[in-house]
Design a protein around this ligand. Structure first.
Ligand code: 8X3
Length: 250
């Protein structure tokens, strides 16, 4: 039984990951929406859960949340840095600077704040493991996604750098880079425009949050001496960040 902390647990991949890891583990569920966290906790009847309500972009809230962890939750085995978002899909010249700030704040600074704050509690574990949720966008830049891609590129660099720095600390570090996953992701990217969001997932079978959750669980459940470094996971119909075969029967 491991104690596993998940950021962005109130929806999408984080939510599905909590469900996939429940029953055999103790979970620290972190998110911005407390009512969603409470709902998730209520669903995980056989699992000991502790809730932390913070937004990863607020440095002081992140550190205060960890400092206030009750004693019985202070030994964390696995940190899953899942929280992150895309805001807008526009050329660099047309993009709203607030959107670009928001992506760097959540996707890059959020990972830095949470990892820094969590590190003292991870270091006591023989199973210490950090899983960073990256993206195919961290491996390939695409039109209208420069800053989102840059933010996920940073997650890739942080993952590799952490793996080097944490080597003497015995902390495993894994990057999981999904392609198109059907979640609230596109609804947030397109600021609530359901039509645009739905279109992203039309004409093929996108990944589901549960697919990524299964992959995360696979990484978590490796033997102690096995460190999965880098997993890219795509729908069958996707060949790279921008090549998706739609409306094709096979
Ligand atoms: C999100 C996947 O395809 O929009 O990380 O880059 S994609």
């Amino acid at each position: 039984m491991k104690t596993i902390l998940i950021t962005g647990a109130s929806s999408g991949i984080g939510y599905a990951t909590a469900k996939a890891l429940a029953n055999n583990n103790r979970l620290i569920l972190c998110g911005r929406r407390n009512e969603k966290l409470l709902q998730l906790k209520a669903e995980l009847t056989n699992t000991e859960c502790y809730l932390l309500n913070f937004d990863v972009v607020h440095k002081d809230d992140v550190f205060k949340s960890f400092e206030n962890l009750p004693k019985e939750w202070q030994n964390i085995d696995v940190l899953i840095n899942n929280a992150g978002n895309a805001h807008g899909l526009a050329s660099f010249q047309d993009a709203d600077l607030n959107d670009l700030d928001a992506m760097i704040d959540s996707n890059v600074k959020g990972v830095i704040y949470v990892t820094k704050a969590c590190l003292p509690y991870l270091q006591n574990s023989e199973n210490a493991h950090i899983i960073n949720i990256s993206s195919i966008a961290g491996k390939q830049a695409y039109t209208n996604g420069a800053t989102y891609c840059a933010s996920k590129w940073a997650v890739e660099a942080l993952t590799k750098g952490m793996r080097l720095d944490f080597l003497p600390l015995g902390i495993k570090v894994t990057s999981i880079a999904p392609g198109v996953v059907e979640t609230e992701f596109s609804l947030v990217r397109f600021k609530g425009d359901t039509q645009k969001a739905t279109k992203v997932y039309e004409g093929f079978d996108p990944l589901k949050a549960e697919d990524i959750a299964e992959t995360i669980a696979f990484a978590v459940n490796q033997p102690k001496h096995v460190q999965l470094a880098d997993i890219t996971i795509l729908p069958k119909a996707q060949a790279d960040a921008t090549t998706i075969l739609k409306n094709n029967l096979y």
